[in-house]
Design a protein around this ligand. Structure first.
Ligand code: ADP
Length: 505
């Protein structure tokens, strides 16, 4: 008998990819179903160009059906009004099931998006399980409040689920982004309709079956694959949906605000684009560590990260040395087969995204000096691979320094004064994250206070943890994912006053 290959080997993942089962139907009211009109769309592996399967292309009728199921389940109260300990039990079981199916989910994520299997298997899938576990654990520990208003009354503040929540998510971290929205919304007692991105529906559809197995009642968790205009817009406009949690581009985030204003004023929580700054001062302790972090900050996940530090500001005194270290660090991100554990970077998610990134690179060639990369590579694979790309001598007002590229393209800018770099870093429509490298404590605190962003990492890059909030200011969005604060988006506060009669003497 031949031994089963180890998960640490390429062969194990190639076999797993060949054998993996694809669920391609929508999930409504506790059952998998085709789209009402039978439409499907191609699900493509961007690392090879091969069609993986044909996925249900949902539309208005499916959204209506899912909203009715979600509303009925919410009103029935089996989930929305149960002892939260029951929700905790189901969400902990779901976390366990996600972990049990880690390898299948990791393979689906990698086939669907082109991201590295080593990241899907060690970060995306376990990270999503941890999010379901965190919000499951927390949900029966949220306490309501009784307000001291004197002996003539009792005033209470109770938290109530908002109702039916739409979760519209992108393709860069499909299961993770789904968990960031759905876990707190479900834990709070809402019924949820998840719309995965059309580029990456497979892990969300697999998750739906696990949610049912974990004991989440029919109608409480629904998944509708399909395109933005056909599924996302009807969710945004639906009078039966009370709240939408969205992660995606700023352009579509703005549309959700308008869907809300055209319909029922549903609350809209947005986590949108970014153009985060990575700032290196000459007193940084370890320039090599900073260069490695700068490379990770833009090349991790092919740069398809909303908080990617795509603008690198280096002090003029260390610019030459830092650039040498950075170019060396970038070599670790050589693209290759995402199922191969030796690859440094995976494939871009689609032909469309590849074209978009290459057109930014073309603009960059006219605006700045190309230091490395700049081309599509591995074309014989049929896949969408772009070499890690670095531009230097970039003007802070140029297109590549101001627009979100969402690919492995770094702009290097230089500065002399602290005030100058703060001004340049803040001169952005976005405000998601920032990374600051300095050993000077005063400067670290001054910078953290001055940068107009949702999170700052000092001597680190893009620290994200499920116990700390994640989200942005300005046109990066509003509201926060992760941490106990995420509950606030999916719960309403209700005030109840009860007059109390004195006892008859
Ligand atoms: P990206 O540019 O990174 O693909 P998008 O903002 O286009 O990000 O997509 C994020 C999510 O929004 C996806 O689930 C997508 O299907 C959805 N979406 C795209 N266009 C629309 C639209 N016009 N209305 C509602 N949702 C949309």
């Amino acid at each position: 008998m031949t031994a089963h290959p180890s998960p640490r080997r390429h062969a194990y993942w190639t076999d797993a990819a060949r054998e993996v089962r694809l669920e391609t139907r929508a999930f409504i009211n506790g059952d998998y179903a085709n789209a009402a009109d039978g439409q499907v769309f191609d699900c493509v592996n961007p690392a090879t160009g091969e069609i993986l399967g044909h996925v249900a292309a949902c539309g208005q009728a499916d959204v209506d059906r899912a909203v009715a199921a979600a509303r009925n389940s919410f009103e029935a109260g089996r989930w929305s009004r149960c002892d939260p300990a029951i929700r905790r039990g189901a969400l902990l079981r779901l976390a366990d099931l996600v972990e049990e199916h880690r390898d299948e989910l990791a393979v689906l994520e990698t086939l669907d998006t082109g991201k590295l299997i080593r990241d899907s298997a060690t970060l995306d899938i376990p990270g999503s399980a941890a999010v379901f576990r965190f919000f499951g654990e927390a949900c029966d520990k949220l306490l309501d409040e009784a307000v001291p208003v004197g002996s003539g009354a009792l005033a209470t503040i109770t938290r109530e689920p908002v109702g039916v929540v739409g979760a519209v998510v992108p393709w860069n971290f499909p299961l993770k982004m789904a968990s960031w929205k759905c876990a707190p919304a479900l834990a709070a007692g809402n019924s949820v309709i998840l719309k995965p991105a059309e580029q990456s529906p497979l892990s969300a559809l697999f998750l739906a079956g696990l949610a049912a197995e974990a004991g989440i009642p029919p109608g409480v968790f629904n998944v509708l694959p399909g395109f933005g205009p056909e599924v996302g817009a009807p969710i945004g406009l639906h009078p039966g949906i009370d709240c939408v949690g969205f992660t995606g581009s700023t352009e579509i985030g703005k549309r959700f605000l308008s869907y809300s204003s055209q319909s029922n004023m549903k609350r809209i929580w947005l986590e949108c684009g970014g153009k985060s700054a990575f700032i290196v001062f000459p007193d940084a302790r370890d320039l090599n560590a900073a260069a490695q972090a700068a490379a990770a900050g833009i090349f991790f996940n092919q740069g398809e990260v909303c908080s990617a530090t795509s603008r690198l500001f280096v002090h003029e005194d260390i610019r030459a040395d830092f650039t040498t270290l950075l170019l060396e660090a970038a070599k670790a991100y050589s693209p290759g087969n995402p199922l191969d554990l030796a690859s440094g970077m995976g494939a871009m998610v689609s032909e469309e995204q590849t074209g978009r990134v290459l057109s930014y690179i073309d603009k960059g060639r006219n605006e700045a000096e190309l230091l490395c990369g700049g081309t599509r590579v591995l074309t014989d694979t049929g896949g969408c691979f772009i070499a890690p790309t670095i531009f230097t001598n970039v003007d802070s007002r140029s297109v590549i320094a101001t627009e979100e590229i969402f690919g492995p393209v770094l702009s290097v800018l230089s500065f002399r004064e602290e005030a100058e770099v703060v001004q340049m870093a803040n001169a952005s429509q976005y405000g998601l994250g920032a990374s600051v490298w300095t050993q000077n404590l005063d400067r670290a605190v001054r910078m953290s206070r001055a940068l107009h962003v949702g999170s700052v990492s000092v001597n680190a890059v893009d620290n994200v943890d499920l116990r700390t909030p994640f989200g942005g200011v300005k046109q990066s969005g509003n509201g926060r994912d992760l941490s106990l604060h995420a509950f606030e988006k999916y719960l309403d506060l209700k005030t109840t006053w009860i007059s109390i009669q004195e006892a008859a003497a």
